[in-house]
Write a protein that binds this ligand. Structure first.
Ligand code: MTE
Length: 322
């Protein structure tokens, strides 16, 4: 049996966000630079030797919930070697190769804005907050799908500690800005730091959570250590990694992909097979780790979580609010 390796993805299956990124680099380079040079630069962060992902420290006293028990988890190796994390490089394998550069201690998260108790919380205290540490199994969808046995804490419970007020209509998230620990930021391809946002009712929904680990172990750098957002009913780019700032705001915040290409990446980013991306259909997706290139399957509305989350969008035109 041939083992599927992420490096074997056909060029036609690489997400168009990367195509877009290269196009942007060409534009920035004044169109005079050959594509070869630009692409060569894009992989320049990759470590010379790569020996595969290290297994991380186990999380103690983990209680596994029944949630998602019917879903078969994607292999650890696929989850941790096929990533998007531009701060750690621009190819799918680059984040795993460069994760060692991302030092995740010391680390703290600033919570600010429209709340009664703003403050700074150390990551060690966040990890302790999850009194009933648990494994969730969630299907995630980008242009590909995987099932990740996440460890995390409900986002809503975490946010309530800071007592958001009536003006807290949205929640804005920011990734660390530190080119020493995130060398991808030395290149001006995105408007750093990476930013995301959700409506407060989306943030408070019980399915929204902050991940601290996967497969019962501390989160690997390439998957967004030490803390990343997961909204299982939204496309992958919504799940911002390596968060250092959370802010309650009364206005819809700008988000990295929506600001850069608003016609292609909406603020809501709900998985929706009925709304095509301007350049491709969103009716089907590839399943990571299944066969050489992964078999395709139908994409479900809200990634299969419609029963739980459709009510959040009642009365909204999801073609306009994509
Ligand atoms: N967060 C930061 N800070 N930087 C990124 O480049 N990429 C996003 C999202 N979060 C990204 C990020 C995109 S495009 C995707 S698809 C998911 O992370 C990928 O998460 P995974 O690598 O754990 O599957």
């Amino acid at each position: 049996m041939r083992i599927y390796r992420p490096g074997q993805i056909k060029p036609s299956e690489i997400t168009d966000r990367e195509v877009w990124l290269k196009r942007r680099q060409l534009i920035k380079a004044g169109m005079g630079v050959s594509a070869g040079l630009v692409l060569g630069g894009a992989s320049g962060l990759a470590a010379a030797v790569y020996s595969g992902p290290d297994r991380n420290k186990k999380i103690d006293a983990l209680k596994e919930t029944d949630y998602g028990k019917d879903l078969e988890p994607t292999r650890y190796r696929s989850i941790t070697t096929y990533n998007n994390f531009y701060e750690l490089g621009y190819g799918k394998r680059a984040p795993a190769e460069n994760a060692h550069i991302l030092k995740t201690r010391p680390w703290s998260i600033r919570v600010s804005g429209e709340c009664a108790k703003p403050g700074v919380i150390d990551i060690e205290d966040v990890m302790k907050l999850d009194q009933e540490e648990r494994i969730y199994r969630f299907r995630c969808v980008e242009a590909w799908a995987m099932v990740v046995p996440w460890v995390g804490l409900p986002l809503g419970d975490f946010l309530k500690r800071f007592e958001p007020g009536s003006k807290a209509k949205y929640v804005e998230f920011e990734t660390l800005y530190d080119p020493e620990r995130m060398p991808g930021q030395e290149r001006n391809v995105l408007d750093w730091p990476y930013r995301e946002g959700v409506r407060i009712d989306e943030a408070m929904h019980p399915l929204a959570f902050l991940a601290t680990g996967l497969y019962g172990e501390v989160l690997p750098g390439q998957n967004g250590a030490p803390l990343r957002l997961v909204l299982p009913w939204k496309y992958g780019f919504k799940s911002i990694k390596s968060i250092v700032s959370i802010r309650f705001t009364d206005k819809q915040p700008g988000t990295t992909w929506n600001d850069i290409a608003g016609d292609e990446y909406g603020f809501y980013a709900n998985v929706n097979p009925k709304v095509s991306h301007p350049r491709w259909s969103q009716k089907r997706h590839r399943v990571l780790g299944r066969g050489i290139f992964g078999s395709k399957e139908d994409t479900l509305m809200f990634n299969g979580y419609a029963e739980e989350v459709a009510g959040l969008y009642k009365g909204m035109d999801l073609k306009k609010n994509f």
